[in-house]
Every structure is written in C-alpha cells, then in structure tokens.
Write a protein that binds this ligand. Structure first.
Ligand code: AMP
Length: 482
C-alpha cells in the first residue's frame, strides 16, 4: 500500500499492508493501521470543523498520531500546520490565531482543542509551514498540493532510494526538511522511523533502534550528521542498510562530506538546497569523490525537473509549481518576493546570493539579509530583536551572531540599551540586572532562538544606512574584558 500524492488517497500496490509505515517514538503503525487511523482521525477532525481549505494545527513531537494527523488532514483536504513542542505555547497560540485553524490537535494527548477557524483564501493547500519572521511574528508559507506531488515525483524519480525506503526522521515536523521523509514515505509505500529528542540523547540505544529498523535513507541537516560522527556506532557495521545521506537546510561543508565518505564508503551523499517557500528543496547534486576533488565550498547542484533557476543581480530566484502560493496574509512580502515568470509560473526571490556555472551548476554564497541558520534552524535576527525589546526596562535591542572562521553560526548574543552598562564600553549584563531574561524570552521564542548571553550597552551601533550594525556588535562583544 502507499498514499498517492496526486489523488491524496491510499492505493494498493504490491507492498504488504502489514508492512511497517511508521515507527514513532511511542508506537508503530503498519500501512493498514495508518490507513484505518488516518480515516478515523479525519472523521473526528471533521466533527471539530476541520474541512477542505480550513486549516488544522497539529502540536506534538514525533508521536505516531502526529503522522496520522498529517495524513488525515491530507485526506480531508485541510491544510495541516505542524507545530513541534520545541515552540512555546505562546507561539502556538499566535500561529493558530494567524492561520485561523479550526482546531489544535494535541498528538500526545490524542485530543482536539477547538479554535476559531476559517476557510483560507488559497484553495488546495497541503500545509502551511511557519518560519521565523522579521516583524517579530512567525510567517506562514502556504504550500499547494501540486507542489507536494512534484516533491514526491522528484524524490522517487531521481534519488534512487529503492522500492521501499526506510527513512531516518529527526527534524521537527515544523521544519520543512522533515517533509522529505513524510511525502517520500507516503508516495513510495516505504517506512518512516521518527526519532524524538529524548531518544537521540541516548546514542547507544538510539543507533540500535535505527539498526533494528534497517534505515536506508538518512535525512538531516549537515550539522546534525556532524554531531553523530563522535559516536562510533554511527558506522556501516551498525547501520549496514544505510545507502543514502540526504542533506538540506544549510551549507554542506566539504570536510564533513569527506569524513562521511571515509566512514560510509558505499553510501551516496546528496546535497540539496532550497527554502521552505519552494517546498523543501530545488537543487541537488551527488557529492562524489570527483565533486569533492573539484570544489570547496561545494556546489548545491542543478535545478530539479520542472523547475528553473536564475541568478538575478546576484540573487537566486526559483521558478516552478513547487513555489509557494504566498505568505499567509502578507501582501507586502508577497509583492516583494514573488513574481510571475515568463512561462506563467510562480517565481520566488530567495534572498540567497548565488553564482551559476555554465551548465547550470549552482553555488550558494550566503544571504543578502539578516536571516541566518543556526544548527539548521532558520532564524530572522529581527524576530529576536523584537523579543529582546519586550524585556522590562529595555529601550533598544539587537542581536548578533558569533561565527566560526568558516562562517558557520555558532552562538547568538543579545544587546540591550536602557539597563545601564558602562558609558563607553559594553558590559555583560550582571545576572541580577535583569533576572530571568532567558525564561522570559523562552515564553515567546523556541530555545534555539534565545541568545546565550546578554550585553548591556549605552547605545547600539548604527551603519550608514541607519540599520543596526551587527558586525560592530560582534566587535563590541569581542572587546568585553573577561
Ligand atoms: P529553510 O527554509 O529552513 O529550509 O532554509 C532555507 C535557507 O537555508 C536557504 O534559503 C539557504 O539560505 C539555506 N540553505 C538551505 N539548503 C542549503 C544548502 N544545501 N547549502 C547552503 N545553504 C542552504
């Protein structure tokens, strides 16, 4: 059995309905069970007002019921809005308010909380994914069902994943990287092994679990794979069926690709690139020894079928039916970022700097704006500036990123004015000057967006065009005496 990504229905194929569909943190489901539970979930959701084009929020972390709910929503034609528990309740509340979901489904409790739902203007969406927004609110990326169908076609047609791939899933479902595993599992009739944060924290038993399920495709950010290299069990001896590493979400360092080639000489490494706004990814390249010998930094590859890539005045633009239908209720942003390409299809200005070689090989050269990636998480620095501004007594605020020499972001530092600080120089905020600032920020921001230190300044440095000078902030930070 599999789930067809054109009709959005379960269809029979030669795969046994008793084969594993989902091995979640809490329980496993065969394909027959997934079909039965998704159907029952859809009935229950309809009773809550969830309907075609009326969204439903799904809150949880790697429960089997989270997966069931996503499939149930696809059956109804209701856009699902995945929200991982890494997000604090305040952020969930805001997302539900913005998207006007009919209900919040709590995957751990298996229950619905009704909300004031409404039909979206965009019809036929598969999901709405919220990413960090520079206004201080997350922004909703609306992905159509046609885009998801194209994602499935590409993965199953080009990635050589085998007949019944077994995916290692760990990225939160609120990070669109995870939609790779969700839709490729559904479209192929394969299996998805969901791994919760608590499971990953115990490396020995976790690797044993991956081995037991015979994972064949590893999907993660490069940072996540890098962390696993310290674990000796992360090897072909423990994971003999692992054939493919599928990376996306941030630059793949050539050094990491080399280490993986040494440790897993028979595995294929795929580097893929693209923003949430263009349904997970748009380019791909197999990182072979020849590619490694020719390039450092690595290219992000060529355009996937049915898409066009352009570099317009240095900015990467993506064209195709996999481009989002728009940000929800953000006409201003849509005006700035979306346009219609010459062939009539949707086109998106990514904000990524790019360079294209003859033959269409694309290189990503960083961002044009203040969006960053920290351990694969996408962050608008302005959203953190806003949250810092909400702290008591704070008059001005900004945050900046500490990076390794290779450019990788490693830590966030917050800067505030209005709370004292030396006249000339900045100083690290004394713990009692603003007690509980981390906890306060964590009410609004996920942990990965909470700065690790807070610095009190007399004034924030401004650049010539009257924007916060974030480079100068890092200089100020580096000059603070220890
Ligand atoms: P997200 O929407 O979270 O997937 O983040 C998309 C952004 O991550 C892109 O616009 C790029 O800035 C960056 N990104 C994604 N994949 C890659 C890659 N393979 N190499 C370099 N940057 C990437």
């Amino acid at each position: 059995m599999r789930f067809d990504l054109k009709s959005f229905q379960f269809v029979d194929n030669e795969r046994d309905p008793d084969a594993l569909a989902v091995a979640a943190a809490d329980r496993s489901l065969t394909w027959a069970q997934l079909r039965a539970e998704a159907g029952a979930w859809a009935d229950a959701a309809r009773r809550q007002g969830v309907a075609p084009d009326v969204p439903v929020a799904i809150y949880g972390h790697k429960e089997a019921s989270f997966f069931v709910a996503m499939v149930g929503a696809l059956l109804i034609g209701a856009p699902f809005v995945p929200v991982d528990t890494i997000y604090p309740p305040e952020r969930l509340r805001r997302i539900v308010e913005i998207v006007r979901a009919a209900a919040i489904y709590d995957a751990a409790a298996g229950s619905f909380t009704p909300a004031e739902g409404a039909m979206l203007d965009e019809r036929g969406l598969a999901y709405v994914m919220f990413t960090s927004g520079s206004t201080g609110d997350p922004k909703g990326v609306q992905i159509g069902r046609e885009s998801v169908g194209l994602l499935g076609d590409w993965m199953l047609g080009s990635f050589r994943l085998g007949d019944a791939p077994v995916f290692m899933n760990q990225a939160p479902f609120s990070f669109d990287l995870s939609m790779y595993e969700v839709f490729a599992t559904l479209g192929s009739g394969g299996s998805c092994v969901l791994n919760a944060r608590e499971q990953i924290a115990a490396p020995g038993p976790w690797m044993a679990r991956l081995a037991e399920h015979g994972i064949t495709v590893w999907v993660s950010t490069p940072s996540f794979a890098h962390q696993q290299l310290a674990n000796r069990d992360f090897s072909p001896a423990t994971l003999p069926s692992l054939r493919t590493f599928l990376f996306c979400g941030e630059p793949l360092p050539a050094a990491l690709a080399r280490k993986l080639r040494q440790r897993f000489p028979d595995a294929v490494i795929l580097n893929t690139y693209g923003p949430t706004e263009a349904t997970v990814a748009t380019t791909w390249i197999e990182v072979t020894d020849a590619v490694l010998a020719a390039h450092d930094p690595l290219p992000v590859g060529h355009a996937k079928p049915d898409s066009v890539l352009l570099v317009d005045e240095g900015e990467i633009c993506i064209v195709g039916d996999h481009v989002m239908r728009g940000y929800l209720n953000r006409a201003d942003l849509n005006q700035a970022k979306l346009y219609t390409y010459a062939d009539g299809r949707r086109a998106f200005r990514t904000g990524d700097l790019g360079q294209m070689e003859e033959g269409g090989l694309l290189f990503c050269r960083g961002r044009m704006d203040d969006q960053i990636k920290l351990n694969g998480y996408r962050i608008e620095l302005a959203e953190i500036d806003e949250a810092l501004h909400g702290l008591p007594g704070v008059e001005g605020s900004a945050c900046a990123v500490l990076r390794r020499p290779d450019g990788t972001a490693v830590r966030l530092i917050g800067f505030v004015t209005g709370l004292g600080g030396a006249a000339e120089d900045a100083s690290l905020l004394a713990a009692d000057a603003l007690s509980g600032w981390k906890e306060r920020l964590a009410e609004r921001l996920p942990p990965y967006m909470v700065p690790s230190e807070l610095v009190a300044c007399q004034a924030l440095p401004m650049s010539n065009n009257h924007k916060i000078d974030r480079k100068k902030l890092i200089e100020i930070y580096s000059a603070i005496p220890v």
